[in-house]
Design a protein around this ligand. Structure first.
Ligand SMILES: [Zn+2]
Length: 199
């Protein structure tokens, strides 16, 4: 679980200039992904989400010309592009690499624990099935943690999971007065309790 894989793909832009030092410093490097990956895996273990089912998930650091980012066919892909562009592509807002990984691990868990995600409980809490790409509701800070969360039920789930890891499972006080978000938070906690007993 501590191995990050590199996947190099040829850069297709023929006139790409050599990056300046300043620009390079904003690129996501292989080492950045390794450094972010360890703590996020530690959070998954500590909060009860690590299980042998997800041991096969790989995290890849890929060239910026690679056209798939995020969670794709069973693995996580982090492109070697700037942090701001990474968040635009993967989550639609500016964020840290650790937060992108937390978000993508939510999609990983969803794929490996379909009996928890394809449930009436999920639909009740997130307003629709995980697979649905339809917008559940317009962005509302009382319901969504981020703007990106309002794009679909599965992104809402991934954003709540990302915050859950970031806050070590403890609901921030400012969110306690938002019943919809409390229910989503409790869903993530319920998932951990199920993962602990289902093998
Ligand atoms: Zn996502």
């Amino acid at each position: 679980m501590d191995t990050i894989h590199r996947r190099e793909y040829p850069i297709s832009m023929p006139y790409q200039q050599r990056s300046t030092r300043r620009v390079r410093s904003h690129l996501i490097a292989y080492g950045d992904v390794c450094r972010a990956h360890g703590p996020v895996c530690g959070e998954l273990v500590k909060l009860g989400f690590w299980n042998r089912r997800i041991e096969a998930v790989q995290v890849y650091w890929v060239s910026s010309s690679y056209n798939c980012y995020g969670w794709y066919q069973g693995d996580i892909y982090i492109p070697a592009i700037s942090g701001a562009r990474l968040s635009d592509l993967v989550m639609g807002r500016q964020t840290r690499l650790t937060d992108v990984l937390r978000h993508e691990w939510a999609h990983a868990l969803a794929d490996y624990w379909p009996e928890l995600i394809q449930s009436k409980r999920f639909e009740r809490v997130f307003g629709g099935p995980y697979e649905s790409t339809a917008k559940v509701a317009g962005f509302d800070p009382a319901i969504h943690l981020t703007k990106y969360a309002s794009t679909s039920a599965c992104e809402d789930f991934a954003e709540v999971f990302h915050f859950y890891l970031r806050h070590k499972g403890r609901l921030p006080v400012r969110l306690a007065a938002k019943p919809s978000i409390v229910r989503k938070w409790e869903f993530i906690r319920w998932m951990a309790s199920r993962i602990a007993v289902i093998r």
